[in-house]
Design a protein around this ligand. Structure first.
Ligand code: F6P
Length: 366
């Protein structure tokens, strides 16, 4: 019997649960007699590089992986088959479309299907390759939870837990010193991590990209939290938050193939702006950064990632290509890759969760 090969890869920023998806795929595939799983190293780079970097994944290789953070396959959020970085003769960099060459190589390697675990950027690559004829299934990951066609991406709840634990710790030091604490969290254009952790941690202020803030309103909330000198205030600010009429804080890295603005620094900027607005209390800021993506996934993400992995393999068996597995509570369904990348999942300012947050007195500065 001819053995069929499915290739799995992880693309974009890492997040807790990637290994649990890989384990789910391999374990489900091992129940079939005629399927073998191979892993491609660092997104599609393992196929694009010479010599090729792929490895066979069997049950032994994935044993116990549901608890392990990161990805055993490595990942990257730069380049890819449609925008491969190329150094020109004059030392400058440009990008090349190597997708056709890669598809030929996949054929040569005997790859019958591909499962691409990644966020919006990765699923755009999946769509591009599907449109060129590749048998591909997507699995949505990202701590940002910004993919619109799934209730949750795996990794998000773990990031929220890490941020909530951090708020719990900041509360005790803030209260001891009567300080204002600003905690900057990730999420790019989406305020989901900030919003969930602010509610869970009992923050006083939550600033998110979807609701530009008025610094005077933030100042007023801080003052409300103090009785003269005594008091403290916890502010959660999403890295993509911005003041009314202002812009996001970040840098364009200029790295070839990395098209994003590298967000970061809004917490420090906010501290300076609050001082300039006349806040006299001590202010400190903390940037949680990549801690939010590290370590072991919480149980929810292990379960979701396992469900995604098993279903993605079943989509391959059923020939349901050009689809992304998605969580529509309580089911795992398939959505077309086209739909999956059409729009971002952002926090609606008039949503139930914002209403709940305002109901417990959280200030958004609007
Ligand atoms: O998309 C996930 C994410 O962690 C964002 O929240 C953040 O802005 C970005 O990736 C950071 O990317 P990098 O790992 O390149 O610093």
């Amino acid at each position: 019997m001819a053995v069929k090969r499915v290739m799995v890869l992880t693309g974009g920023g890492d997040c807790p649960g990637l290994n649990a998806v890989i384990r789910g795929i391999v374990k489900r595939a091992s129940q079939e007699k005629d399927w073998e799983v191979v892993g491609c190293i660092e997104s599609f780079n393992g196929v694009l590089r010479e010599p090729t970097e792929i490895e066979i994944l069997d049950e032994n290789r994935v044993a116990g992986l549901q608890i392990q953070g990161g990805t055993i396959l490595g990942t990257t959020n730069k380049g890819g088959p449609f925008a491969w970085p190329v150094k020109n003769a004059d030392g400058s960099w440009s990008t090349a479309d190597r997708s056709d060459e890669m598809l030929r190589k996949l054929q040569y390697l005997g790859i019958d299907a591909v499962i691409n675990i990644g966020g919006d950027g990765s699923q755009r690559i999946s769509l591009g390759l599907y449109n060129k004829g590749l048998n591909i299934v997507g699995v949505p990951k990202t701590i940002d939870n910004d993919l619109s066609m799934t209730d949750y991406t795996f990794g998000f709840q773990t990031a929220v837990q890490i941020c909530t634990d951090a708020i719990d710790k900041l509360v005790t030091t803030a209260a001891s010193h009567n300080r204002v604490f600003i905690m900057e969290v990730m999420g790019r254009d989406a305020g989901w991590i900030a919003l969930h952790s602010a509610i869970a941690g009992g923050a006083d202020v939550c600033l998110i990209p979807e609701i530009p803030y008025d610094i005077e309103k933030v100042k007023a909330k801080i003052e409300q939290r103090y009785n003269k000198r005594r008091g403290y205030c916890i502010i959660v600010v999403a890295e993509g938050a911005l003041p009314k009429g202002g812009t996001v804080t970040g840098t364009v890295t200029g790295e070839v193939g990395y098209q994003h603005v590298k967000l970061g620094g809004v917490g420090e900027q906010l501290a300076a702006d609050l001082k300039a607005a006349g806040v006299e209390h001590d202010i400190r800021y903390t940037i949680l950064g990549h801690l939010q993506r590290g370590g072991t996934p919480i149980a929810f993400d292990r379960v979701l990632a396992t469900e995604f992995g098993v279903r993605a393999m079943e989509f391959v068996l059923e020939g349901r290509f050009g689809q992304m597995v998605a969580y529509h509570h309580p089911d795992i369904v398939g959505v077309s890759l086209e739909e999956a990348v059409r729009e971002q999942n952002l926090v609606a300012p008039d949503s139930r969760l914002i209403h709940t947050a305002k109901g417990v007195g959280i200030e958004f500065g609007d």
